[in-house]
Design a protein around this ligand. Sequence first.
Ligand SMILES: NC(=O)c1ccc[n+]([C@@H]2O[C@H](COP(=O)([O-])OP(=O)(O)OC[C@H]3O[C@@H](n4cnc5c(N)ncnc54)[C@H](OP(=O)(O)O)[C@@H]3O)[C@@H](O)[C@H]2O)c1
Length: 489
Amino acid sequence: MLQRVARSTIVDAPLERVWAVLREFNSHDQWHDVVDTSRIERNERGDQVGCIRAFSLKDGNRIREQLLALDDRTFKSTYCILDATVPLQRYVATITLKRVTDSNRTFWHWESTFATPPGMERELCDMVATQVYEAGFENLRKHLRRGNDLRQGTAESPAMPTAMAVASRRVVLKSYGAPSVLRAENDEVAAPKAGEVRVRQRAIGVNFFDIYLRRGWMPDLLPLPGVLGMEAAGTVLDVGAGVHAVMPGDRVAYIGPTPGAYCSVRSVPADQVLRLPAAVEDDVAAALLLKGITADYLLRDLGRVTRGTRLLVHAAAGGLGLLVCSWAKSLGAEVIGTVSSPEKARVAREYGCDKVIVTTNYQFASEVQNMCGGADVLIDGLGDAARDENFAALARRGHWISVGQATGALKPVATSDLVAKSLTFSRPVVFDYIATRAELVTRAERLWTALSDGTVRKPPIERYALESAELAHERLEQRLTTGALVLTA
Ligand SMILES: NC(=O)c1ccc[n+]([C@@H]2O[C@H](COP(=O)([O-])OP(=O)(O)OC[C@H]3O[C@@H](n4cnc5c(N)ncnc54)[C@H](OP(=O)(O)O)[C@@H]3O)[C@@H](O)[C@H]2O)c1
């Protein structure tokens, strides 16, 4: 028969602070007196579901436990014993936290079920209830009173003993240059200020724009040391004064013009934060928010793409490219894409490209002219290497929308370059198309709807651990990726 042990208490500390300690599966040797040393096996993170902690108790016993579930929305963690020198069998435990209404205190419930050898039921139930749970409550209180949870900085970056600071990992850039300048380090994120939301990030969008910043092309936007990243998704940890639109536990995504998203915890202005519909997963939101909103304004506002528009899309199998092709096809456009390989051509076709030109040296104009008589709208993230071909590929009254410069900065376009075919030229930036909260909300909702009703097909998403940002950048700039990329935290 299974035994059940349950204990509850109130801790005189805010829920976020208690949760920040308990959600880390390997924190117990820092606060629970019975635990001697503990480590996570296989170099996994201590909040990775499935990770195993191997620890020894001060009485010499050894235990291996596995994290089975971790939910930042309900503040719940479940784990089980895999093997142990104590005779607890089939032990499964759950920790649940709840905010004590209208106060900065936390309700903590800890319960488990397990089997024991015959005759040891009472002894082991008492042991779990008193030496593990009740002693654990008291030990964690002491740990918090001492502020030990707030002082986990490294020698390089000593932690500030800020009230309610939360430990974070961030990828920081100390010099501009190749992907190898991206280095992960420990950090601490202070409590959100008025008007801010502190987010425990699960997925961070990687954009080609991050590469321009990493290379040092826009030092004013990213002074050193700097953290890249314009968008992410995760769960609200807590909110600053005056924030009412979201609350702790909400699943959210954000996008904003100030870099800094390559980290696991970040505080951002509340007006950049959107609650996510249940159908939109964190990694999808982080991968597609910026690019999807860009596709929306490019097709709808700037390109005014409708049935029959001859649309030329460069890097058609990239993150932005696949969204644009797929959405434009739904609008009835004639979509022509350029890509660098036959495999990318296959993917671009699957996502709505009627015709695909495979080129590695940016030669495409004569093919475009042969295929459709010239492009009415050109969406170009290539930059200078495609400049002359772009002019040649456009139809009379064509519109060249220059969204980026993956091949290098575009030399200035003179009005005399445009006059021959009455061309127009635009150089837009996504943030000007979400300059108001209403625009941001409307565009994001249009994107989620388009993804859910099939108007836009979700691109493939490549996932990398935050610590592997270097690899993600290498692959993106070596043109090895298809679709969008995220870092997972
Ligand atoms: N202005 C805005 O509002 C805005 C917003 C979002 C994105 N963008 C721009 O849109 C473009 C696409 O962004 P993304 O994040 O979705 O990236 P992406 O398209 O997934 O990746 C860039 C693609 O560019 C192509 N490329 C051609 N020459 C390249 C070179 N020399 N080095 C690297 N890549 C090269 C590659 O595709 P092939 O191998 O098929 O050639 C590569 O996969 C970028 O220029 C970005 O800056 C602009």
